[in-house]
Design a protein around this ligand. Structure first.
Ligand SMILES: Cc1cc2nc3c(=O)[nH]c(=O)nc-3n(C[C@H](O)[C@H](O)[C@H](O)COP(=O)(O)OP(=O)(O)OC[C@H]3O[C@@H](n4cnc5c(N)ncnc54)[C@H](O)[C@@H]3O)c2cc1C
Ligand code: SF4
Length: 351
């Protein structure tokens, strides 16, 4: 096959896996380059539990996407590798990889995803100070293990607080965006905690609840009505520890405009989605632009929505901004189809 029959896909999360499968299904060759030694992106690397909205375990759902490309003769895979240099132009790129290999490709798709917000950047909310303050990804790992316990002493928590918007919608720390999926993930997590540990009461502290689209009744109302999750509309000031060793979530109840302090056994940060920390390096290597928050910029919103600012290089999934898995998969399909269509157009012109 010539370079024009090959598309290089960088990143093997839901978006990149979907792009590669789409390219292969059209009889073209996809070459995947993934920096980790496993495929599947954040849901696999961070050990998510059951996904919203399907309720399927991440390892099974995303595992199927991985098996599909691994079993496809049109897809080849480079793990533990990054692209260090890109030469050429649309229709005829040569990418040099960190392992010394070279890939010739007519188009490139970036499915390089996001980085989880590091809660250390929100020290007043107790992460890194108290053992029993966790993130949603750590809590999902506990759900996967089937036991809800306080890491400090192994006791079953009487009360768990989930704090929303940690590292999102927060101008003070330069995160103006909404991470889109964490309200839904958190309302679901509250139900999973209750199923595993029926004696535990779960509180969700929120500014607004954004269980968008069809998720309102399936997650928000169900969590509240069937699983008795308690929703507290509040502005959180800090998380401290009482003399008896319980965590104190301090803030203002913004409905009644009064200070509130509720003792908790476990506090969970619903962390948001930051731009991939490698984006400045990715922008330089691939010669593409970033938008003002640091995610990968798109060419044109409506007529070339998976294009980047460089012709022949496309982007999909959470690399473009906070996205859920369904949308990332749809964007991967869209980028794969668009890349192949543009290549086919160029071949017709060349012949
Ligand atoms: C706590 C939490 C829970 C979530 N739960 C759900 C859920 O239940 N349902 C849902 O729909 N969404 C959920 N999401 C959102 C979900 O994680 C994203 O929608 C999804 O991971 C985006 O897929 P992606 O392929 O675009 O990016 P990613 O999953 O981030 O994958 C990107 C891949 O690219 C690789 N990569 C990065 N840079 C490079 C590079 N330079 N070179 C090579 N490879 C690179 C990475 O290693 C990774 O494998 C959750 C998000 C969070 C924060
Ligand atoms: S989805 Fe919900 S928790 Fe996440 S940033 Fe938006 S409002 Fe906050």
């Amino acid at each position: 096959m010539s370079a024009q029959d090959t598309v290089l896909v960088v990143g093997a999360g839901p978006a990149g896996l979907s792009a590669a499968a789409t390219i292969a299904s059209m009889g073209k060759k996809a070459v995947i380059v993934e920096r980790e030694d496993i495929l599947g992106g954040a849901p696999i690397i961070s050990g998510y539990a059951k996904l919203v909205p399907s309720g399927e375990w991440a390892k099974d759902a995303i595992g199927r996407m991985v098996s599909r490309v691994e079993g496809d003769g049109n897809v080849s895979i480079h793990k533990s590798a990054k692209v260090t240099q890109v030469a050429g132009e649309a229709g005829n790129f040569t990418a040099t990889l960190s392992n010394g290999d070279k890939v010739e490709a007519g188009a490139i798709i970036l499915g390089t995803g996001f980085t989880h917000f590091d809660s250390i950047n929100k020290p007043e909310w107790g992460f890194g100070t108290y053992e029993d303050v966790l993130t949603t990804t750590q809590m999902e790992q506990m759900v996967t293990a089937g036991q809800i316990r306080c890491p400090s002493d192994g006791r079953v928590p009487e009360r768990v607080a989930i704090l929303l918007c940690v590292g999102s919608r927060d101008r003070q720390i330069g995160r103006e965006w909404c991470s889109k999926i964490c309200c839904t993930v958190s309302t679901n997590l509250a139900m999973e905690i209750k199923e595993i540990s029926p004696s535990t009461d779960v509180f969700i502290y929120y500014m607004d609840i954004r269980t968008f689209g069809l998720y309102e009744d399936k997650f928000y109302w169900k969590s509240q009505e069937e699983y008795k999750t308690k929703f507290v509309k509040a502005r959180i000031a800090e998380v401290t520890m009482s003399p008896d060793g319980r965590l104190l979530v301090k803030g203002e109840d913004t409905l009644v405009k009064r200070p509130i302090v509720i003792p908790m056994d476990l506090v969970v940060h619903a962390i948001g989605m930051d731009p991939n920390t490698l984006n400045p390096e990715i922008a330089k290597t691939f010669g593409i632009g970033l938008e003002k928050h640091g995610f990968i910029d798109r060419a044109e919103q409506y007529t070339n929505s998976q294009g980047t600012t460089r012709k022949g290089i496309y982007v999909c999934g959470a690399a473009t901004g906070p996205e859920d898995i369904d949308t990332s998969i749809a964007q991967g399909q869209s980028a794969g189809a668009r890349a192949v269509a543009d290549l086919y157009g160029q071949q017709k012109i060349a012949s």
